[in-house]
Design a protein around this ligand. Sequence first.
Ligand code: HEC
Length: 104
Amino acid sequence: MALAASLSLAACGSTPPSLSEGRRVFVGAGCGGCHTLAAAGTHGTLGPDFNTSERLDEAQIRLQLRVGGGGMPPFDHRLTPREQEAVAHFVATAMARRRPRLGQ
Ligand code: HEC
């Protein structure tokens, strides 16, 4: 099923970045050095903990990547547009999938 979906997308010319691609960017670009995210296995503490911080959508994450601020460097010149799309998709999906932590 996944194969058929990726084949039909490939036929359209470009495939959207996969979650594993976004995870590689998250780890490779050093996001995990500052951010904790269970889906990426990282434990950074300088920035918000994405296991518990407010849920953001992809557009909000991409904006943060472009402008940085509040102690976070901008990533516009460090990541290609596709890498930014991939990492924003990965983080937004991880946030959307997490469950509220009850009692701990
Ligand atoms: C040098 C440390 C550092 C690195 C590296 C870093 N961040 Fe951040 N990030 C921060 C800090 C600090 C904040 C809080 C900014 C603020 O409060 O305005 C932040 C905020 C964010 C936010 C907004 C969170 C919210 O709740 O509003 C997102 C999304 C984000 N970072 C994603 C990323 C991604 C994706 C990467 C990798 C491409 C990354 N960060 C790399 C330190 C970092």
